[in-house]
Structure formats: structure tokens, C-alpha cells
Ligand binder design. Sequence first.
Ligand code: PHE
Length: 437
Amino acid sequence: MQRPRLALSFPRFCVRRRISALANGRPSSLEILGERYPTDEVTNITPAILAKLPLRLHTRPAHPLNTLRTLIESHFPDFTPLSSLSPLVTPFKNFDELSFPPDHPGRAVTDSYYINKNLMLRTHTSAHEVEVFRRGADKWLLTADVYRRDEIDGSHYPVFHQMEGARIFAADAAGMRAVEEDNARLRARLAEANIEIEDVPHVSGTNPAQATHDPVHAELVAQNLKLSLNGLMLTLFGGAGASREAPLRVRWIEAYFPFTTPSFEVEVFFRGKWLEILGSGVVRQATLDTANVSNKIGWAFGLGLERIAMILYSIPDIRLFWSTDERFLSQFTDKKITTFQPYSKYPSCFKDVSFWTAQDIALHENDFCDVVRDVAGDLVEDVLKIDSFVHPKTSRTSLCYRINYRSMDRSLSNEEANEIQAQVVDRLKQQFGVEIR
Ligand code: PHE
């Protein structure tokens, strides 16, 4: 469901770059990674987000995300590593080519960032599956920044990093022999490790094989997926915590993704909690057909690097990955996972804003959060809706949000927080026509 997005947020851009602006303040075009793109009525990418595109944290030496990527790449040494594909993709590539239905919520402008209706920021690394399979790669790992509009708290950030891995085999007797050999090799290695796996059937009524697949092939490939990823979980989590007495516990759960079936999620029991680590499944044949490799069958997985790095390094807040503070950056050494030593935590500054929304302009929670992020950058720690009601007589909607401003690097003064808050309020009035209460 696409909501109309009525207001946009680029006044500063227009002045600085002298680009003609339309009546509502949106520039007629945007320069992104050296190219110019026209905007239109769905454009919702903000300057704060645009500023992230060139940063590519997953390629910075010693950065935790880079170290984690390297660790996963060395676990799969014969997989082709890729990490420099552009984040700009068509909605067709991000969704349609992967069999997402036309009404999938991920397509909404409230959930994803659009440059215009034909161009968006990828929301997941799966957006590149067809293209990479088409190049002829049959074992590959792809790391990239992905973008999703979301709430604001310590574990959500509108830009994060994913790693996609995939492997395909010839869908014939020789290909299946290769799968069986690989399965035997992986099984032997896991048998020696201290790991306890809770499994679900590879294929079931609720998690079916594909109609075009030989059920025996689908079973073997799903098994190869599980064995390969159980091995990866040992590499990532087996060192810390798992011992003779306490094995690493991994559990497989049936899942659903439009572009795989059967599909699974993997959770790992780590420091007393089950943590969701990745999504995976047997690649839909439609994807492979589009990529011109219809004679293959295989699996894919996708995992979030921040999620795993926060656990392994004990990094408490997702904003820290973007920190340029030496007290953060100097703690890390290339290719080594260490425990993050928090430097002092500075005080919070809470600011509330209560307002009536405009009758004719939709204000989604993610719109509110993008305004706050655009003004406050990483000085915002979380945003909480603390009140919402509809006036019984006028049927106007009243909302109240509490914004927690806190710098990770220094003490933020109350005056500075007030100034930021005043700008947030101005933007809400200008863009969304709210009336402050
Ligand atoms: N792209 C999915 C996500 O972002 C993860 C996934 C990748 C699932 C590959 C299945 C296969 O949630």
C-alpha cells in the first residue's frame, strides 16, 4: 500500500547546489554518487541518508563490520567475494525479480527510500541475486549497505549492512553427487564439534519444495544449506561461550520469504538468549530462470552484520558503528574480534513534542523519525510515541513523541538540545502542517 507523500525536505540542498526547486521545496534532481537523478512525487530520501552512501563501513580497515565480513569470507574460502555494488536499484530488481507480490508492504514509501518511482535504495542484498547468478558465479558472498525506514532506538538504524551468500549446483545426477560429497564432508566436521542443533524437516507441508524440483534434489540442497550454515555459526559463535560442558546451540525455524522455498531462519543461543541470526532458503527457480541458469538448483542466505557485530564485540548502540571518535575507532585491530570498552556514557536530554496532525497530510511514524534523524543526526538515541488520541468532536489526531537526545562522544547541553528540538518542530510544521499544542 503506497501512501501519498505530500511534503519533502530539501531546502538546504537547493540553496547550496543552486538546483531548481519545485514549489514544495523538493529539488528537481539530486546528485548521488556522481550521477544526477530526477526526483518525483515519491522522492523521500533525506540529506542525512544521502550522506551515508559513500561511507562503505564494511570496507574500512579495522572497522568491526569489515573484520566480520572478512571472517565470514574466510569461512567460505572458495566463494567469490563481492562488496562494491551500487546501492541504487530499481524497485523491479529489489522486489519484482524476486517474486515479491505487487502489494508487499516493503514497497511502501513509508518503509523504503525512493529517489523517484523507478529508483530506490536497496532494502536487502538479495536485490543482487539475479545479477550475480547471471554473471555465472555459482558460489558467492556479497556485502553491502542496505536501507530501510524505521523507528529510532539502540538497535535500529536506517542504514545497515548485510551479507548475502549463495551456492548453486547442476540440477542433475552429477550435481547431486557433488552435493552429497559436500554434505558428507561438512557432516564429518560438525560431528567433531561441540554443537547442538535443533532441526526442522528440510521439506514439509508448511515449508514445501518447489513444484519444478525433484523432491530428492530439494532435500539434498536444503541439507547442504543447513550444514554449511551450522559450520558458519561455529566459526562465529563457537569460540566464545561454547565449551565441553556448554555446547553451541543452534536452532532452525521454518520461515517464509517470497524468493525461497523451503525457507528457514537460524537462531543461536548466546549469553542466555536466543538470537535471530539469518534468513535462508532454497532459491526460487524463477530467480535462476531470470538469471539464465535454469539448469541449476541452490540455496541462499542473508545476515545482518551489525546485529552479529554488536553481539560479538559487545557494542551497545548501533550508532557507534558510524562514530568517527578515536575512542571508538582506535579500539579495533584488523581481523580481530575484541570486546568493546565503553567510554563514559553522557547524560540524556529528553524533549517532548505534542501536536495536532494536519487533516490532509499523512504523518507516518517513520516520517517523524526521518525528520528527527535529518535534523539531529546521531545525536538522537531513541524516539518514543508516548501519547496518541483522536478528539471525539473534531476527530483531529493528537500525537506526543518523546525524543531522547544523547551524544555518544560528549556532553550535550540543554541549549543545544533545545535548538535541535526547535528545528525539528519547524520542519514538522513546514513539511507536515502540524499544529503544536
Ligand atoms: N533478504 C532477506 C532479508 O533481508 C534474507 C534472505 C536472504 C532470506 C536470502 C532468504 C535468502 O530478510
